[in-house]
Design a protein around this ligand. Structure first.
Ligand SMILES: Nc1ncnc2c1ncn2[C@@H]1O[C@H](COP(=O)(O)OP(=O)(O)O)[C@@H](O)[C@H]1O
Ligand SMILES: Nc1ccn([C@H]2C[C@H](O)[C@@H](COP(=O)(O)OP(=O)(O)O)O2)c(=O)n1
Length: 425
């Protein structure tokens, strides 16, 4: 472990009692804090839930300094834990953050176990290796059976020896928005070509495919002059009818049909879909800049129809980073929903909506395989609602929602009316 990496660990521990901890369990976020002095009162909800079945809990927080490597370490740690923990240890994602401090979020895991598996768990934690430093804590019930005590495990890093090791866990008020919101900008959603490009550049050594993607990128995102012809983006969840409508629009308007991610990225898409959000979302963000380059060229000759663009990139990224109900999303008007200043703006963005049952029926009829995220859209109603709401909150340009439940021809006519109203076609 280098001293640079150790500094982050030390600084996180020195902020220990200002930090809030959040555990994701069954679609809800459970918050707690820690304090040096023992106080009366109830243990935080997550510990009361765990107390019914378990006597000990553990948390592991990844404290790397290089965000690309840390994002991968976080996944590496999950694989190691799920591969070696006994089946009774239910692993939950965990974060720690300083309330209202942007970029202060660190990620990790929380789990509990009983006395039968404790030996195995503690052996695993003692021998666990990860590419980044990991702060390990255990939590055990105090003698009164009510309060829980946090014990910071001695790290391989000797600088930590001086740190106090025992704290008591206490309840903490939930923050106004989900803690992930603190780190969304430039970790989940990228607002410039440079930011997304930097992530893929850094990946080149660990993901060879990233080099091939970088080679396809335009030299830089130019704030081009507006294309002469209208640029119409069609957005919507999977199976809302985007392919059907974009093809009809192309034929009716004599337009060129483009998509984001562009065809040239197709060989690498599955590869990046397996990467953590930081890398995966940077890949999709850059796809928009390649599509923008193509729009810039084609839009000088004909109208352009685009199947998915920036709204999809940002809406899915935000809705995945944030969990739970719609109230956990960043508020309407938040900077998170702004359009990147260096990305070509379309003339019109249409957002197709259909009710969930009709969408499922269309998915079944289409019979194609679904991505893990599309599976999630089916099973997790809250996720679908968050994606839709994020679409609606993005501005600069905002999307215009169109009910896509009527027949394909009626939807086409409706969208043609919108286009003619806006673009004089
Ligand atoms: N307006 C519509 N009414 C009924 N079925 C539709 C309509 N639009 C599309 N479909 C059907 O729904 C399925 C999904 O449509 P598709 O255009 O592939 O959606 P997407 O591109 O958004 O995933 C297809 O089988 C398509 O034929
Ligand atoms: N411009 C885009 C297009 C898709 N994405 C991401 C968002 C989701 O994770 C998936 C959805 O794409 P998918 O191919 O499943 O959807 P369609 O089949 O095209 O309707 O891709 C993106 O981030 N940016």
């Amino acid at each position: 472990m280098t001293s640079r990496m150790a500094r982050k660990t030390v600084s996180v521990v020195s902020q220990w009692s200002s930090r809030v901890f959040s555990v994701e369990l069954d679609g809800s976020s459970h918050y707690f804090a820690i304090q040096e002095k023992r106080a009366g009162g109830e243990a935080p909800g997550i510990f009361r839930l765990k107390a019914q079945r378990y006597e000990r809990c553990y948390s592991l927080l990844v404290c790397g300094e290089d965000r690309v490597r840390t994002a991968r370490s976080y996944w590496e740690l999950r694989d190691k834990l799920t591969g070696h923990l006994s089946p009774g240890c239910d692993l939950s994602p965990m974060t720690s953050f300083l309330p209202n401090v942007k970029g202060s979020l660190i990620r990790g895991y929380f789990f509990s176990d009983n006395s039968q598996s404790r030996g195995q768990t503690e052996r695993l934690l003692q021998t666990l290796t990860c590419s980044d430093p990991v702060l390990v804590c255990s939590y055990s019930k105090c003698e009164d059976g009510q309060m829980w005590r946090q014990h910071l495990w001695p790290a391989a890093d000797t600088q930590l020896v001086e740190m106090p090791t025992d704290y008591y866990v206490v309840p903490s008020e939930p923050p106004a928005y989900h803690p992930s919101v603190l780190n969304i900008i430039n970790s989940d959603v990228f607002y410039s070509f440079e930011e997304a490009h930097e992530v893929l550049e850094k990946c080149g050594d660990i993901i060879p495919e990233a080099k091939s993607v970088v080679e396809l990128l335009p030299n830089r995102a130019e704030a081009r002059s507006k294309p002469d012809f209208p640029v119409i983006v069609i957005e919507g969840l999977d199976a809302t009818g985007k392919t059907t409508l974009t093809e009809s629009l192309r034929d009716t308007l004599g337009a060129v049909l483009l998509r984001s991610p562009p065809q040239c990225l197709a060989p690498w898409r599955a590869r990046f879909d397996r990467e953590p959000p930081l890398i995966r979302r940077a890949f999709y963000a850059l796809g928009n800049y390649i599509t923008a380059e193509q729009i810039g060229q084609q839009g000088m000759k004909t109208p352009v129809i685009v199947d998915r663009y920036w709204h999809s990139t940002a809406a899915y990224a935000i809705a995945t980073a944030v969990t739970g109900p719609l109230s956990n999303l960043p508020a309407e008007g938040s900077e998170v929903y702004r359009w990147p200043s260096d990305l070509l703006k379309p003339t019109l963005v249409v957002f197709l909506t259909v009710d969930p049952e009709e969408r499922k029926r269309r998915l079944r009829n289409r019979g194609l395989g679904k991505t893990a995220e599309e599976e999630e859209l089916d099973h997790n109603q809250l996720f679908r609602l968050r994606v839709e709401e994020a679409y609606r909150r993005i501005i600069g340009p905002a999307c215009i929602a169109v009910d896509a439940s009527p027949s394909a021809d009626q939807v086409l006519q409706q969208v043609l009316l919108l286009i003619r109203g806006k673009c004089y076609l």
